[in-house]
Design a protein around this ligand. Structure first.
Ligand SMILES: *Cc1c(COP(=O)(O)O)cnc(C)c1O
Length: 391
């Protein structure tokens, strides 16, 4: 029988259908008590003060920039290797994206590059820090203190935690921060509500602002007006807002998965360890950097890199693996290579040597809780075979 190993597969939990039915039978489908419960549980998990649900991480990034006061012509730094949301939301505000090359080890914001940029460019207002793959990075590390250098230069950090649920370093989860942290619950993320997102922070002022603007700038919840007979019909609009709220239907999907976050992380970690075990002596690839002790890698992605000494192209490898029933992906085609942004911002490949190397050689292998041990071994065996046959 032919193998069929998709790159990703959503797995429903025991309570998924019951919880969805409950929402449908309640008579109220969009944002209401389920979204409040989801936020509360998410907040408790991270031990963060505020968690605000939204309908995507893209919305979360957009709102976070507004809450941080980013305006027209402000400069916002973004790493080249990330999803397009990070740069498009900068343009929503008429702000100016500054795309920087990434670090070869972590594949995200490079500390030295950032330091040089801050010396060169005046008036940088924000940095989008991407926790790529869910690899744990301490933003206030003594040696590479991203937080301090940004604080000292009045640069707000917005954390893209789309891959970082759950990521932890020294007892502190990603998202438990004074910065605004943006999570995604898109279809293929470690927790999925089909579409959805969450903004977390310990900063009350930022949280209050986001609470207002995520839903039209209303002064009170719409659902209370409709579902509570005694509630007054009247509302006011006290800020310019957006339609970015997360419906209860989606939140109920999130609530069903929250009790399994750590169990599922462990399962992905086990898969990562099987990849390491089977591939670490294979000399044609570079495996992802292992996390330091006292930390938790979410293992949202397992990104390997092909070494330069192999003749077969990545394209060919991916096609051969697909032929063998193995789904793969590439994270990401860098921002400086996306036609629209390349033209609009005049980005040149030669200014992004690290990103170029990474992007040309990277492959994301399947990693999700329901992936079977024998499937991981099948993937390793065939990856080696495809490459070995073409040396
Ligand atoms: C998925 C993802 C996003 C976008 O999330 P949505 O919820 O689809 O808007 C943004 N940044 C990164 C790094 C992502 O992986």
């Amino acid at each position: 029988m032919k193998n069929k190993i998709p790159f990703f597969k959503f797995e429903k939990k025991k309570s998924t259908i019951t919880n969805i039915k409950k929402v449908i039978n309640s008579g109220w489908l969009t944002t209401g008590d389920q979204s409040r419960i989801f936020e509360k549980k998410f907040q408790n998990f991270l031990k963060v003060k505020y968690a605000l649900s939204v309908n995507s991480c893209t919305s979360a990034l957009h709102l976070s920039m507004i809450a941080n006061g980013i305006k027209k012509n402000d400069k916002v730094v973004v790493p080249s290797i990330t999803f397009v949301s990070c740069i498009e939301t900068i343009l929503y505000l008429g702000a100016i994206p500054i795309v920087i090359d990434v670090n070869t080890d972590t594949n995200t914001v490079d500390f030295e590059n950032l330091k040089l940029l801050i010396k060169k460019e005046k008036n940088i207002k924000a940095l989008i820090f991407v926790h790529l793959s869910g690899y744990p990075i301490k933003l206030d590390d003594k040696k590479q203190n991203f937080q301090k250098i940004c604080d000292n230069n009045n640069i707000k950090i917005i954390e893209d935690c789309s891959h970082a649920f759950p990521t932890k370093i020294f007892e502190k989860y990603s998202g438990n921060s004074n910065n605004l942290c943006c999570f995604s619950f898109y279809a293929n993320k470690t927790l999925s509500t089909a579409e959805g997102g969450m903004i977390t922070t310990n900063n009350k002022k930022l949280s209050d602002k986001i609470n207002r603007i995520r839903n039209h700038g209303f002064d009170r919840d719409a659902w209370k007006r409709y579902t509570n007979i005694k509630s007054k019909w009247e509302y006011d609009v006290i800020d310019m807002g957006f339609k970015y709220n997360l419906p209860d239907l989606n939140s109920s999907l999130g609530i069903s998965q929250l009790p399994f976050v750590l169990i599922d992380q462990k399962k992905r970690e086990n898969i990562a360890n099987i990849y390491y075990k089977n591939l670490s002596s294979f000399k044609y690839i570079i495996l992802p950097k292992r996390p330091i002790s006292n930390s938790m890698h979410s293992w949202h992605l397992f990104r390997i890199q092909l070494k330069k000494n192999i003749k077969i192209s990545r394209q060919k490898i991916l096609a051969e693996l697909a032929h063998l029933g193995i789904g793969t992906s590439v994270h990401y085609k860098p921002l400086h290579r996306l036609n629209y942004y390349k033209k609009k911002l005049g980005l040149l490949n030669k200014n992004y040597p690290n990103s170029e190397n990474i992007w040309k050689s990277t492959i994301s292998l399947p990693i999700y809780p329901s992936l079977k041990l024998r499937d991981v071994i099948y993937i390793c065996k065939n990856l080696k075979k495809v490459i070995n046959e073409n040396i």
